[in-house]
Design a binder for this molecule. Structure first.
Ligand code: BG6
Length: 502
């Protein structure tokens, strides 16, 4: 991100007084601005129901930046100049008249900041509103502009395949596929974006990135937080819809894809979707029960703190069978990965926040024997691992066996480590900054294309349907603060493996 925006643009932010806007979106836009990337030709108009004056809204934005922004780049001077680019409209997103009423505000902001008729709308809204809002954008004439139009939509992309299809159809009556940016913030994470570079820019990785050398692949997306204030949403979603359908399958597709013809949006997504289409579907109760473990946290303790059970959390049904954890054995039926299990797991209330991908290499045949006494050389123990840590650290480590210089005649496993480096004023996880920047520049490489979303639902739907039919049967409980139910260890142990992230 070293350039400046080459075109001006107006950003219309729906849900502008909501939590996401406060915690992520405004701090991200401010960070781009403070680093000089936005230039001066941009305007932001917030839309929400609340009757606020422009001044009140600007104060709200300034406060969010101070609270959630990157401290190293914040100054009063920069905040003050940033908020001059902001206006606000109290808008009922379901009422067409409301859009008509505010048309002039958009136009005057655009004129003032020379936005060149380009408009990007961010729908930080409940998904059931997407269709209505897109329809109103069109009917009100807000999209009759000289420049480009784009829309960013937040997950969840539907509740299942059917609702996703409906939602997508409604959005696509107004926006073309290449104007729709389905944001998945995991695709904005530094290490996820590094994977194609690691794989395809270095000739030594591709040769072993396949079934000949890799025995299994593991994805662990562990969180320490519980369901917090989001009980109502989470009860309907659970870990599979909240993390599995989107973040985890997206990352899996980047790990599993074939070499794209170039690092361009459609070339990369063409390869990712092939992986998603090749996921082996678990069609019935037997396969779902065998391949997928569903867990829910019971009360527990972590670092001396007592933690409540999921069922006693706010806005959660005391009999709830919603999963706060799942682990699955996934097969990608492509020649590269045929019969190599991908073990994926995610959970809330786990012992630490860690997101990691591990490629476990096959063990080499036992050829390492001393010539003199024909004995196995000590030291070669476990399999070698390639670990890509996405958070909390951003690093790649790779085990190598070398001769132990201190203990003659023995092996020693060492680690080759690469760590992401930033200038001093940068901090981890600027996913929203990267993705905003990409959307403003018309680059959708790190956004989910419709066919990817649909294919991911094809894998998720039969699992969800099975779980629904089973109710609480088969739901495994794990104490808050643990690594999930023992059934998840048993799942991976069936193939003779173990989880490496712990
Ligand atoms: C969100 C989920 O998409 O991702 C949350 O809705 C989850 O439940 C969050 O906590 C995790 O994101 P991150 O960036 O903190 O790993």
């Amino acid at each position: 991100m070293a350039r400046q925006l080459t075109e001006g643009g107006l950003i219309g932010m729906f849900g502008a007084t909501g939590d996401l806007a406060k915690r992520k979106l405004f701090p991200a836009l401010f960070a781009l601005y403070a680093q000089g990337l936005m230039g001066g030709r941009f305007a932001i108009v917030g839309f929400a129901r609340r009757p606020l004056t422009v001044e009140q809204f600007r104060t709200h934005v300034a406060d969010s930046i101070r609270e959630f922004g990157r401290k190293a780049i914040i100054s009063d001077e920069k905040i003050n100049s940033f908020i001059q680019h902001i206006s606000y409209c109290s808008l009922d997103s379901e009422q067409l008249e409301s859009y008509l009423e505010h048309k002039a505000t958009l136009e005057s902001m655009e004129k003032k900041f020379q936005c060149e008729g380009n408009r990007l709308f961010y729908l930080a809204l409940a998904p059931h509103l997407f269709g209505t809002v897109c329809g109103n954008l069109r009917e009100s004439g807000w999209l009759n502009i000289d420049g480009w139009k784009r829309v960013i939509i937040e997950k969840p992309f539907g509740y299942d395949r059917e609702t996703a299809v409906e939602m997508n159809a409604a959005v696509q009556t107004v926006f073309e596929e290449d104007e729709v940016y389905r944001i998945d913030h995991y695709l904005g994470k530094e290490m996820v974006q590094q994977i194609p570079y690691l794989r395809f820019a270095n000739p030594m990785f591709e040769p072993f990135w396949n079934r000949d050398y890799v025995s299994n692949v593991q994805l662990t997306f562990a969180e320490t937080v519980g369901v917090e204030e989001r009980g109502e949403y989470y009860e309907k979603s659970g870990a599979m819809r909240d993390m599995g359908q989107n973040h985890m399958l997206q990352v899996l597709s980047v790990v599993g894809m074939e070499r794209p013809t170039g690092l361009t949006a459609n070339a990369v997504r063409d390869q990712k979707v092939k992986v998603l289409r090749s996921l082996r579907i678990n069609k019935n109760v037997d396969t779902v029960s065998r391949e997928v473990v569903r867990g829910q946290y019971s009360s527990g303790e972590s670092r001396g703190h007592k933690m409540p059970a999921y069922r006693t959390e706010k806005n959660v049904d005391p009999q709830s069978s919603t999963e706060s954890f799942f682990a699955a054995r996934v097969f990608v039926d492509t020649p590269r990965w045929k019969d190599v299990p991908f073990f994926i797991r995610t959970g809330k209330r786990m012992p630490r926040k860690v997101t990691e991908i591990v490629l476990e290499l096959k063990k080499l045949p036992e050829v390492w024997r001393t010539a003199a006494r024909d004995e196995a050389i000590p030291g070669v123990a476990g399999p070698l691992l390639l670990r890509i840590q996405i958070q909390p650290e951003e690093k790649i480590s790779m085990g190598i066996y070398m001769r132990d210089a201190l203990q003659v005649g023995a092996f020693r496993e060492s680690q080759m480590v690469w760590k992401a480096e930033y200038p001093a004023n940068r901090e981890l996880d600027e996913a929203y900054e990267r993705l905003f920047w990409d959307a403003l520049n018309g680059d959708s490489m790190y956004f989910a294309r419709w066919d990817e979303v649909e294919s991911a639902w094809n894998w998720v739907d039969p699992i969800e349907k099975t779980w629904q039919s089973l109710g609480s049967n088969g739901l495994e409980f794990y104490p808050a603060g643990s690594w999930g139910p023992s059934a998840a260890d048993a799942l991976i142990a069936l193939d003779g493996f173990e989880w490496w992230t712990n």
